[in-house]
Design a protein around this ligand. Structure first.
Ligand SMILES: [Zn+2]
Ligand SMILES: [Zn+2]
Length: 242
């Protein structure tokens, strides 16, 4: 019921939850410019396994055996607790869809699109980590899918001649526990066989999610994509925690 009111009556929502800076409480913005000027805009380009930095964020040769992902690219570093973790929590569990405007503003200043664009070339399928249907219905949206639309809207500004399309690639076939509440080994067990392919991928796949933490979810999704014929699978996330 509350969710319905928040979605259908934005004015009620503004009254109940006025927009306030998560840092200083100033009204009118989720996070005022003054308080997010320190954000690192270089992007994060580190091996998904050993976390060593490299030019493309690719998995290094010694880690390849352990990884289905060919690399991971993230826009911003993520710490908990922090203003960003509060904002992400409000977005995912507080139904604050307005925060998508902030994500869009934030990625506009980020260098991920300019530093390296191999992952935006032709023959790429852009997709997202799906939610289990019950959870998506409860939340009303899938944050990873919304982020995919935001990232590609930005990509179209940089490369208007290229045709970026979101494909509904994977289906979540297992009801899993929330990864954030589990330890590393438990995460891998929890997410195992959670995805099924819905549509065939192109040669390269870019899988989008909100946060890269241990990578267990994205690795499992990458495994399924490769089984379905993808040659390369990259992860693109708004935040990277590890
Ligand atoms: Zn502020
Ligand atoms: Zn490595």
């Amino acid at each position: 019921m509350i969710k319905f009111i928040l979605e259908k009556l934005p004015m009620v929502k503004d009254f109940l939850f006025p927009k306030k800076c998560v840092d200083c409480g100033a009204e009118g913005q989720w996070w005022c410019l003054e308080h997010r000027h320190f954000l690192d805009n270089e992007g994060i380009w580190r091996c998904p396994i050993c976390k060593i930095e490299n030019k493309k964020g690719s998995v290094c040769s010694c880690c390849q055996k352990e990884s289905f992902l060919d690399g991971v690219i993230s826009f911003f570093p993520f710490y908990e607790p922090s203003p960003l973790s509060d904002l992400l929590h409000d977005y995912k569990y507080g139904f604050m869809k307005d925060l998508e405007n902030l994500w869009y503003e934030m990625i506009s200043k980020n260098k991920v699109f300019r530093r390296n664009d191999f992952w935006l070339e032709e023959n790429t399928t852009f997709s997202f980590i799906p939610l289990f249907s019950v959870r998506e219905r409860w939340r009303g949206f899938n944050q990873a899918k919304e982020l995919t639309e935001i990232f590609l809207a930005k990509a179209r500004e940089y490369y208007p001649e290229r045709d970026f399309v979101v494909t509904d690639l994977l289906e979540r076939v297992k009801k899993t526990k929330q990864q954030a509440k589990l330890k590393r080994e438990e995460r891998m067990e929890n997410i195992k066989n959670a995805f099924k392919i819905k549509n065939l991928p192109q040669k390269r796949v870019v899988l989008i999610d909100d946060v890269f933490t241990t990578g267990a979810t994205l690795q499992e999704a990458a495994r399924v994509c490769k089984e379905a014929g993808a040659i390369e699978v990259w992860a693109l996330t708004l935040f990277r925690a590890e």
